[in-house]
Design a protein. Structure first.
Length: 377
């Protein structure tokens, strides 16, 4: 029997979702830094506090795509080339990752010191070199706190996941579902133990950042699609009423969470219950990925050429945005303080959007694409 789920070559709309998620991270850090530098800011509004859950979405999306592609390769060739999988990931992730490490941990501190700007990095290059070399940037965040390269923590989490996940799918191909469910279960048990026993320490916190269960939830969505367990066009879970309910939930979660938390016990339970709330969001994100990309009756269509293009440079947007925000603070802070809050905010976001998109585009075209073209070899 023909299984359409095993023959999907492209998932529509996911680049647009990448673009939106990347900009939620940008908004989060932009307002955080404006607040730090005593500029007018919008940090009290929920829309500007979604960086963490946007990164969670990236994890779910990564798990979905990687798991699907691995199962598809296994089905088509009766094997998975671990070497080729690693090479593809290396060519996509490593060049920009290590470029940012060199810029953010070496060149920027040197430049700041040379021009006499009043800013002190929380670490030296020698102190963090090995953490970044072996994809443990989340340890830098835990030890040294907020800093220019803070967003790189999620790249380390994804790289560790990739190293483990491909061999598991290859060698346990008959037990993929067990692997996925076990990963979710083990991480949830770990989180519950940490929470209820109030465990702390660098190792515990580092392990807590490894959100493998988010990627496994995405993998579970891919497994269901690949094996035709979910028939999107006929499932009630993707019907119009369910779409409206879930999309409204996401809208209020992203835009009005603070207000709802202050005024509703129900939403406090839904949004702030330890472990449970995050798991609900992960499942909803997996649903969103499937609905946008595979549901012909989806009420949201994300096939805009601009959004697709934005998704193609979203890795750069995510990686460069802290450097752009810092540059704006360095060169335009005094200028921005001379305007009213509204004018200052508009000017700030014009500079930020133009800077982040421009740098990301140039990086993709003249740097990242060079390595991506090597994939075909």
């Amino acid at each position: 029997m023909y299984n359409k789920g095993k023959q999907i070559s492209y998932f529509n709309g996911l680049n647009a979702l990448r673009f939106f998620a990347a900009f939620f991270v940008v908004l989060h850090h932009a307002e955080q830094i404006r607040m730090k530098y005593d500029l007018f800011h919008l940090k009290e509004y929920s829309l500007f506090n979604n960086g963490g859950i946007a990164v969670m979405f990236f994890f779910v999306l990564s798990g979905f795509l990687i798991t699907y592609l691995l199962m598809k390769e296994q089905n088509a060739t009766h094997k998975i080339s671990i070497k080729n999988f690693y090479v593809r990931r290396i060519l996509r992730i490593w060049p920009l990752y290590y470029l940012l490490v060199i810029i953010g941990a070496l060149l920027v501190p040197f430049t700041i010191k040379s021009i006499g700007y009043d800013y002190e990095m929380p670490y030296t290059f020698g102190e963090v070199f090995l953490y970044y070399l072996f994809f443990l940037p989340f340890c830098v965040n835990i030890i040294y706190g907020h800093h220019l390269l803070e967003p790189l923590w999620s790249i380390g989490v994804e790289e560790i996941f990739y190293i483990v996940w491909a061999p598991l799918i290859k060698f346990l191909k008959k037990n993929v579902l067990t692997v996925i469910l076990s990963t979710i279960f083990i991480k949830l048990v770990f989180d519950m133990i940490v929470y209820f026993f109030e465990l702390n320490g660098i190792i515990i916190r580092a392990l807590g950042t490894l959100q493998f269960h988010a990627m496994a939830v995405g993998g579970l969505g891919a497994y269901c699609i690949f094996n035709n367990i979910i028939n999107v066009s006929e499932s009630r879970w993707f019907s119009l009423p369910v779409q409206i309910i879930i999309l409204l939930f996401l809208f209020f979660r992203f835009c009005f969470a603070n207000f709802l938390l202050e005024n509703s016990l129900f939403f406090r339970f839904l949004f702030e219950t330890p472990i449970f709330s995050n798991l609900v969001l992960m499942v909803i994100f997996a649903w969103l990925i499937i609905n946008v990309s595979l549901n012909s009756k989806s009420i949201i269509k994300l096939n805009s050429k601009f959004l697709h293009w934005g998704g193609e440079i979203s890795y750069g947007i995510y990686m460069y945005h802290m450097l752009v925000v810092f540059s704006i603070m360095l060169f335009f802070r005094n200028w921005l303080t001379g305007f009213s809050p509204v004018i200052s905010t508009v000017a700030f976001y014009i500079l930020l959007s133009g800077g982040v998109i421009g740098v990301s585009y140039l990086s993709k075209r003249f740097f990242e694409n060079y390595f991506l073209k090597l994939k075909s070899r």
